[in-house]
Design a protein around this ligand. Structure first.
Ligand code: AMP
Length: 214
């Protein structure tokens, strides 16, 4: 048998939207991922397997070559870096925006602004790029709570409909980046296993082209 290729998938919302694309690309898992506690799955192709990870771990697995390809949000690539990776395809799924957010009509901050986020690098670059002194406070979830609890003046978070912000009395302020899900490839694997990786890229590209709009 040919050496297996491993594709790292991001669990959660991205996985749900990825599965129909994998099905149409002929790469569907042989078991139901949703009802299993396993993390490694065989696919209908003997030479391809899937591993299910947190999004923040997908670039790491692919960069180190533990997985050859990955499917991950652009936010993770902006936060954790894209060195050692190619990004050949935008899958156009899980679209959202990275924004700063805070209370409407808040008086200007004197001195350093306190910003809560799980996107520490992105937040640091954003405020530094505008010449604003910011103290970035790392959180792992529920960013919108931080201004309510006076832990922070603003947050940097993912916004889709804006409902989460509005429900907590806040509004989106500055746009940082448009986000969607990307196919990434380990650069060394792209050279050594070019044929089989190009096959996967082409199959995913066809799946994107032929997908029915939701
Ligand atoms: P919304 O209330 O529709 O603006 O959604 C905002 C929340 O949903 C954010 O705090 C995110 O945690 C989550 N979210 C929305 N879209 C995405 C996405 N594409 N990827 C990851 N998380 C998302």
């Amino acid at each position: 048998m040919k050496q297996q290729l491993t594709i790292a998938l991001t669990k959660g919302r991205i996985l749900k939207e990825t599965l129909p694309l994998l099905n149409s690309a002929g790469l569907s898992p042989v078991e139901d991922i949703g009802s299993s506690r396993k993390l490694l799955f065989a696919t209908e192709r003997a030479d391809i397997r899937l591993v299910i990870l947190r999004g923040s771990d997908v670039p790491t697995y692919v960069r180190h070559g533990a997985a050859d390809l990955g499917i991950v949000g652009k936010d993770m690539l902006l936060e954790y870096g894209a060195e050692g990776l190619y990004e050949p395809l935008d899958l156009g799924i899980a679209r959202c925006r990275l924004m700063t957010a805070g209370f409407e009509g808040r008086p200007p901050i004197q001195g350093r602004i306190r910003v809560a986020s799980k996107f520490v690098q992105i937040a640091q670059r954003h405020y530094a790029g505008r010449g604003i002194q910011a103290e970035i406070i790392k959180l792992y979830g529920a960013m919108e709570l931080a201004p309510l609890m006076n832990l922070a003046d603003e947050i940097v978070d993912i916004v889709d409909t804006g409902n989460t912000l509005r429900a907590n009395g806040m509004m989106p302020l500055q746009h940082i980046a448009d986000i969607s899900t990307r196919l990434i490839v380990n650069k060394a694997a792209m050279r050594t296993r070019h044929g089989s990786i190009e096959d996967v890229i082409a199959a995913m590209a066809r799946a994107i082209e032929t997908r029915v709009a939701p």
